[in-house]
Structure formats: structure tokens, C-alpha cells
Design a protein. Structure first.
Length: 274
């Protein structure tokens, strides 16, 4: 009997570097760009389909997992992204009609290519070809996943961990949430468990907050110095020398102070002569 675990799709760095796309001649940068492009298509389509973020996150994880098994040269990233959205909507119990998914991706692809936006006729040959390709690609994804498509996201751990750490700053929560969304465009979801990713984004978010706090404190300190500088000059001008050294000789003193002392000495000499 074969036993499979629900959350077991994690690869090492060497396995990711030796992906099927790399074996087919796709360089590392091109593979990264195409993965990000597919994730952006999923995110944009999910917004247009009014899907929750969990569906879009699941679709992006499925895309990364699929391209760890299959090459980018064999499966077009646009078709895989559409199939991932359709499959993820069913996995997260927010299903969308296949017609809506095809219409959205058809419009996105035309708009990105700066082409006219004619409607996709439901009973046209183009529609039937896109529909057949979408279903076929979904079957490939399910086959490569072994029909085990469970996905855990770091989002559900972020608030629990922050609560345990007594971090109540909303800015940190939003920053960690945004970093978790951005991490889905990378291969972190197939390298580390969601708990580890959640800890990483929380650490990055708190470091960003501390860095911003240091900048604010430095700015406040500079403003205080600028605000106090005229007062210091005016306050010391008539009472004590401007500098530290040269009290007796007048060197290091403020020019106005030296001028007033000369006037005072001249007036004393004048009174003595009288």
C-alpha cells in the first residue's frame, strides 16, 4: 500500500535548479520571468473574477508546483495560469464557470498584447479550442500532483504568530501580509513550509518597521537641533563667549559680542577722562 501525506511537495534548491525547464535549455532568468508572469496573470484574473485572495494564492502555488514537474517549453504559461485559476476556484469552494474564466483570460491576453478586444463568441471554434485546452491542461496538473492539491498558505499563521509575540501594530500586519502575497511569485512556496514563510515575512516586516522608526527618530532629532540653534545663538550672544576658548582675548567670541565689548570699554574710558 502507498501512503501519501497531504503537505509533502517541497524541494531542495538543487532540485529547483535542475528543473525540467532548465533541462530543456531555458535559462534561470527566463524561467523566473515566466513564473512571475504566470502569477501576475492569475492575480489579475482573480481580481476580475472577484475571487478571494486564497483562490489566487492557491492558483499560484499550483503553477509553481506544476512547473517543477513539467517544462515551460511544453506547456504555455498562459494556458497553465488559466487552468490553475479554474482548478483553484473549485479547490477553495469558490467555483467560477469555465466560460467566465475563458472570457477573462481572453481579454487579459489581448489587452497585454495591445490588440483590439472583440468578444469571445461562445459557440465559435476559437472558444471550443480554448475550452478543450483548458480542460486538458487541468487534467495534466491533477495527474502531476497525484490528485493531491492541498495547499497551506502562510497568511493564516501571520496573525496568530503576531498575537503570540504581542505585536499589535497594524502597519506590521499589513506589511507581513503584503510580503506573504509577494512571496507567492517566487519558489518559496515549494521550498519551505508555510509556517517558515510566515516567520520570515514577520521578521522582514518588523525589521522594516524598526528601520522606518530609526529614520523618524533621526529626522525628529535633526528638527530639534534646527529649532534650538537660533535660540542658542541668541541666548549666548550677550552673556558668554560664542566659543569655548579665548575668553580673555576675545578669540572665539561672537563678532557682535566683541563689538559690544569694545563699545562698552570705549564708553568707560570716556567717563574716566571726564
Amino acid at each position: 500500500m502507498i501512503y501519501t501525506t497531504i503537505d509533502s511537495f517541497y524541494l531542495t534548491k538543487d532540485q529547483i535548479d535542475d528543473s525540467p525547464s532548465r533541462k530543456d535549455g531555458v535559462d534561470r532568468e527566463t524561467e523566473y520571468v515566466l513564473r512571475v508572469y504566470g502569477c501576475e496573470l492569475i492575480q489579475e484574473a482573480g481580481i476580475l473574477l472577484k475571487l478571494p485572495q486564497a483562490v489566487m494564492a492557491t492558483g499560484q502555488v499550483l503553477l509553481h508546483r506544476f512547473y517543477c514537474k513539467k517544462s515551460l517549453t511544453r506547456f504555455n504559461v498562459k494556458g497553465v495560469a488559466a487552468s490553475c485559476v479554474w482548478l483553484a476556484s473549485k479547490l477553495e469552494e469558490n467555483p467560477r464557470r469555465i466560460r467566465d474564466v475563458l472570457n477573462v483570460f481572453h481579454r487579459i491576453n489581448l489587452r497585454r498584447d495591445s490588440l483590439p478586444l472583440p468578444p469571445l463568441e461562445q459557440f465559435s471554434k476559437n472558444y471550443e479550442d480554448l475550452r478543450t485546452e483548458l480542460i486538458r491542461t487541468e487534467r495534466h496538473i491533477l495527474k502531476e500532483m497525484g490528485f493531491i492539491c492541498h495547499v497551506e498558505h502562510p497568511h493564516k499563521f501571520i496573525f496568530n504568530y503576531l498575537r503570540q509575540l504581542d505585536v499589535l501594530d497594524d502597519a506590521v500586519k499589513h506589511e507581513a501580509w503584503n510580503l506573504a502575497n509577494d512571496s507567492l511569485r517566487t519558489v518559496l512556496c515549494v521550498r519551505f513550509k508555510s509556517e517558515v514563510v510566515a516567520c520570515g515575512v514577520i521578521y522582514a516586516a518588523t525589521r522594516e518597521r524598526d528601520r522606518d522608526g530609526d529614520k523618524d527618530r533621526d529626522g525628529d532629532r535633526d528638527r530639534e537641533v534646527e529649532r534650538d540653534r537660533p535660540f542658542r545663538d541668541d541666548g549666548r550672544r550677550n552673556r558668554e563667549p560664542y566659543g569655548v576658548s579665548g575668553r580673555g582675548s576675545g578669540r572665539g567670541r561672537h563678532p557682535i559680542a566683541r563689538e559690544r565689548e569694545r563699545d562698552f570699554a570705549a564708553s568707560k574710558d570716556k567717563h574716566r577722562r571726564r
